[in-house]
Design a protein around this ligand. Structure first.
Ligand SMILES: Cc1cc2nc3c(=O)[nH]c(=O)nc-3n(C[C@H](O)[C@H](O)[C@H](O)COP(=O)(O)OP(=O)(O)OC[C@H]3O[C@@H](n4cnc5c(N)ncnc54)[C@H](O)[C@@H]3O)c2cc1C
Length: 338
């Protein structure tokens, strides 16, 4: 992470030209260490979160010659899924391979560094942001890009978490093709269930909605799904039966069991940690970070991208919004200096 200087460069940089002949080398070395330490803590842009959105932002910035520090704790939300789909050139690849290719390409740019760690909080100091990590370090930058994704809250249904990303899926564009025409459940209620039913009926006609309690679908919605041969089951869910995450059936508290190959569900989510809160970024009604068309949050000099600020949960969208955030951060830096 540290750039090194020879004695001549160091004397020039530290403004010691006139006295250089009498400065012992150990003092120079210590001043060099201090300066390197400061440089390694001050950046043009800090990107928090080094998955698809964060790496995409960092690539745009690295190519714009910006000093960028990415801080990431290596827990992307799709880590449980065996294969990622619907992203051009990487369709069917494992998330780990896509991520490692992305990291290698981004870190080719010499002004970009990646540090492993967790960012706790951030605060405004003079004309910079300072962020604090859980290992007690602090770093400063002119701009922040928050690419922290979201945290899915697994419902208290035995077997749900084990199947998540494998046979319990959130998005038909990502995983629907692999379970097309199969017996499929929708675990949702009300408008969310109706929305899913209409969407998923494009991939399979063997659909059942499990409302896990009294249905809150409207009369009109019930009539509409019935007309398409979709059943609604209100019995509470006892557990999902699976083999290594691959669903076999769903057991209900009325002692019935329904054979299923896949379930669609959208668990509740929260934003990751406290960072956004400490920065003062506003969230919208759905819980996403409020951003404008340029990925700017409600706080000046802070941008957000990827899942934390979009309902469109896909690798392609994370990469696109990250790319925009990187270019906009660079543009703001140019505007401030030119
Ligand atoms: C189970 C599942 C399967 C999916 N399958 C597909 C698919 O097949 N195709 C597709 O296109 N999309 C798929 N998606 C959606 C896709 O994975 C996401 O849209 C994408 O990962 C979002 O990228 P992101 O960079 O915004 O967030 P993430 O990929 O979630 O990455 C966020 C990163 O930020 C880090 N982080 C968070 N907070 C901090 C902090 N405070 N300090 C340091 N680091 C932090 C995390 O550790 C993580 O590395 C899937 C999602 C899930 C949940």
């Amino acid at each position: 992470m540290h750039q090194t200087y020879n004695r001549r460069e160091l004397i020039k940089l530290l403004g010691l030209g006139a006295v250089s002949v009498v400065v012992p080398f150990n003092i120079l070395e210590s001043k060099q260490r201090n300066m390197e330490d400061r440089l390694s803590r001050e950046w043009d842009v800090i990107v928090v979160g080094g998955s698809y959105a964060g790496l995409s932002a960092a690539m745009a910035l690295g190519r714009a010659l910006r000093r960028v520090l990415i801080i990431d704790n290596g827990q992307p939300c799709n880590r449980h899924t065996p294969h990622s789909h619907n992203f051009l050139t990487q369709d069917g690849e494992t998330p780990a391979v896509i991520a490692s290719k992305a990291r290698a390409q981004v870190l080719q740019y010499p002004t970009v560094q990646l540090a492993s760690g967790w960012v706790n909080s951030g605060r405004r100091l003079d004309d910079q942001w300072e962020i604090l990590t859980s290992d007690g370090n602090s770093y400063r930058a002119k701009k922040l890009i928050v690419a922290t994704g979201i945290k899915d809250k697994m419902p208290a249904i035995p077997g749900f978490e084990e199947c998540w990303g494998k046979s319990v899926i959130h998005c038909p564009y990502c995983h629907g093709y692999e379970v097309r025409h199969q017996a499929t459940g929708i675990v949702a209620n009300g408008d969310a269930a109706y929305h899913y039913a209409r969407l998923i009926s494009n991939w399979t006609s063997k659909l059942t909605i499990f409302t896990n309690g009294t249905s809150t679908l409207s009369e009109e919605q019930r009539t509409s799904v019935a007309a398409h041969g979709i059943q609604i089951t209100e019995a509470r869910i006892a557990r999902l039966n699976h083999r290594e995450g691959m669903l076999e059936s769903i057991s209900l508290e009325d002692n019935s069991k329904v054979a299923l190959k896949a379930i669609y569900a959208r668990p509740e989510f929260v934003q990751q940690g406290e960072l956004l809160h400490t920065l003062g970024c506003e969230l919208n009604e759905q819980g996403y970070v409020k951003v404008d068309a340029f990925q700017k949050t409600t706080v000046p000099h802070v941008l957000a991208c990827g899942d934390n600020s979009s309902m469109m949960r896909s690798v392609a969208n994370a990469v696109a919004t990250g790319n925009m955030a990187g270019a906009v951060a660079n543009h703001e830096l140019i505007e401030a200096s030119f």
